[in-house]
Design a protein around this ligand. Sequence first.
Ligand code: DGL
Length: 274
Amino acid sequence: MNAAPLGMFDSGVGGLTVMRAVMRRLPRESIIYFGDNARGPYGPREIPEIRRFALEIAAFLESLGGAVSVVACNSATSAALLDIQRNCSVPVLGVVEPGARGAVQATRNRRIGVIGTRATVRSRAYQKAIHALDAGAHVHSRACPTLVDFVERGEVRGPRVEEEVRRYLAPLKKRGVDTLVLGCTHYPLLREVIAREMGEGVRLISSDEEVAREVEENLVRRGYLKNSEEPPTYRFMCSGDPEQAVSLGRIFLGPEVERVEKVELPLGGWRPWS
Ligand code: DGL
């Protein structure tokens, strides 16, 4: 067993969907979560900039003593996972590889759709991860930049979001994908609308659940899983407005988000880029 908490981060509150899945699967694990809401969303930003932010946050979480870090953001995983792993002294997991594996295992016709932010799609991280597991799979990706805004406004159903989802998914349906990766932390909240639009024959792979499974396997194999009866602790931190983080955090995770501590930028920790 390892008493240290898991460290998780995202560009804002989106990664809380991943944290929620981890909490459900591993109810004894303590977690420190950091949301970079002063600089998020990352999706529209350039990859080197996202990489710089992600490295800074990973160093900060490591300095707080996290046992394993989870990059709970598709854009940050796509831009920076390998660099973070090279610089961190603890194991670091991302959200792309678990989602890719879930899709490769689920598809029957080997036609996989991927939706995500512009940064994630531009990085081709999902293509690479899927092709590392099945070089013959056909991957069709689509950036859906406005969906993050819909979710953050709390508009997760209704005609406007349905119309937008239809517009984004039409080309993927045309390609005959039988599996669709929800490659963005916000999309699990749109699962119903997306599932209805894709139709019954299409499996949706949600990275939050795949990542929770991956985290569990890592903790079990390393012998880190908590076996004490002590209740877990959850600590939430952000770089921007803590009030906004609490109200959105409750939508993404639930009532456990009672208080969010604001941490001033730049964060402490090692400086791999200097
Ligand atoms: N968390 C981001 C992701 O999963 C979505 C929000 C953003 O653009 O930063 O890609």
